[in-house]
Design a protein. Structure first.
Length: 485
């Protein structure tokens, strides 16, 4: 296995990323350093290598057992229960995985989950939570409603929450819903969600032109003005509402930055505070074929401009919350990925989760991997027979075999963000053309900036990660795994 990825810092100093332990070293083997420094370097390298190998020596990815999975769940717990309420939707967003741009995934339909299936899934999930609370007393159940547009199944959502409150009132369950927001104009829906303190994650793409060119109603009408009216009329005083913003090559990043700087609640505006900026998913899609060379160049120019601004502020220990979300998070996610040497019982290449950590329920009662995996022929059991640990083990082994065949000689395989979401309809990894080369170039550019900031402002990344961990504590109960999606 090729374990070393070589690159140069911005000032031309040679470095290596060690794929075994996730650590970046100065490459002293290609320098004129004295023997003492090389010896110290080698000792440090070997120490970290031994540490990482100790983790992987106890990890045979192809011999996972049902008992190991069961013990993992009992020790680590289930992050959340997610319901796919329906595949129906009152919008036709142009980048949706249900759209024509994603031919191998899902399509719009008219299937709705039943109250019976919802209640059976809740009972199983709560059974796990009750057992877990013996080892994790502060464990809080987390139930999410997803779609399509989940509010089109509002009556079932209401029955689900009422059922939990009647039967499991002592567990302090938290709820979240990911919605396009249009049905929040209904006062009954709006008031009920607020009365239950449901966390509302609103799909909202920033400034009007960016939002309206993609987020259109099924009647082909724009939705920005409606959403602004709904937010203004119904959610001025409600704290548990957030926005999720999607970005593509036609997004004017500078304009987006200015919009949130002026209008986000964090800045005193009315727009629900943005939790996450996300690039539109590009696997198995022709979505990005529509953009011109000029648009791509403009987007990359603006992205680099904002990165330069972030780097400049980081060196000075200055903070900008929008840049932290828009730019800083990509650094943090990468740094967090390279920390895998601390060891995870079932660490997967790319830091992929273990299926079943989330319990994702389809309308027919089957359990899937998560809300982002569009391969619906994969199931992990169902609400009638429970989680099938044998199927989970099989799925993990199939994934490992596929990944290791494709990635065994890659020098950045342990930080690459491959996961089950990259599976196509047949269950095989489906990667866009030149995916691997693009990722290597991306990692190289990010490594260079990470090193530059650390050289200019030593300890910055450690402080950032520690600060983020402390800040997230206030969100941990109500948001839990939300930011990982």
């Amino acid at each position: 296995m090729n374990n070393v990825f070589k690159f140069e810092s911005l000032d031309g100093v040679p470095y290596i990323f060690d794929n075994n332990n996730g650590i970046i070293y100065e490459d002293l083997t290609s320098s004129n350093s004295d023997n003492t420094r090389i010896k110290e370097y080698n000792e440090m390298y070997l120490q970290n290598l031994r540490k990482s190998l100790a983790v992987f020596e106890n990890l045979n990815l192809h011999d996972i057992t049902v008992d190991e999975i069961a013990n993992y769940y009992e020790e680590s717990g289930f992050t959340e229960l997610i319901f796919k309420m329906t595949d129906a939707c009152n919008m036709r967003c142009k980048y949706c995985i249900y759209s024509e741009h994603y031919p191998d995934t899902l399509t719009y339909g008219n299937d709705y989950i039943s109250t019976e299936i919802v209640m059976k899934a809740i009972d199983e999930y709560m059974g796990y939570i009750i057992k877990l609370k013996k080892n994790i007393p502060d464990k809080v159940p987390f139930i999410a409603f997803y779609g399509g547009e989940p509010l089109m199944a509002f009556e079932v959502i209401k029955e689900a929450i009422n059922y939990v409150e009647e039967k499991y009132s002592d567990l302090n369950t938290q709820y979240t819903i990911t919605t396009n927001g249009i049905l929040l104009k209904n006062k009954e829906i709006c008031n009920y969600l607020k009365s239950k303190n449901v966390i509302i994650c609103l799909s909202f793409d920033g400034y009007k032109e960016n939002h309206d060119r993609n987020r259109i109603l099924s009647s082909n009408q724009p939705s920005y003005d409606q959403l602004i009216s709904i937010i203004t009329d119904n959610f001025q005083e409600y704290e548990n509402i957030y926005s999720l913003c999607c970005i593509d090559t036609r997004t004017d990043l500078v304009k987006l930055y200015d919009f949130y700087k002026q209008n986000d609640r964090m800045s005193g505006g009315i727009i629900p505070h943005v939790l996450r900026f996300s690039f539109i998913f590009n696997q198995g899609s022709d979505y990005y074929n529509q953009f011109t060379k000029e648009e791509k160049e403009k987007f990359n120019y603006q992205l680099n401009l904002l990165r330069e601004k972030y780097v400049s502020m980081a060196v000075k220990e200055e903070r900008d919350w929008i840049l932290d979300l828009l730019i800083g998070q990509e650094f943090i996610r990468l740094i967090d990925r390279v920390k895998f040497s601390s060891g995870i019982q079932f660490y997967r290449k790319g830091g992929c989760c273990v299926p079943g950590e989330k319990i994702y329920v389809y309308q027919d009662g089957r359990y899937g991997i998560c809300e982002k995996v569009c391969c619906e022929n994969i199931d992990l059991g169902n609400v009638y027979t429970g989680l099938d640990l044998n199927k989970i083990v099989k799925q993990m082994k199939n994934y490992d075999e596929t990944v290791y065949k494709k990635c065994k000689d890659c020098p950045v395989s342990n930080i690459c963000d491959l996961c089950f979401v990259n599976l196509n309809s047949s269950g095989e990894l489906n990667l866009e053309e030149n995916f691997c080369e693009k990722r290597k170039k991306y990692f190289e550019s990010m490594f260079r900036l990470i090193i530059y900031i650390e050289k200019e402002n030593p300890g910055y990344w450690e402080r950032m990660i520690n600060k983020q961990s402390k800040n997230n504590l206030s969100y941990i109960v109500k948001l839990q795994n939300l930011l990982r999606r």
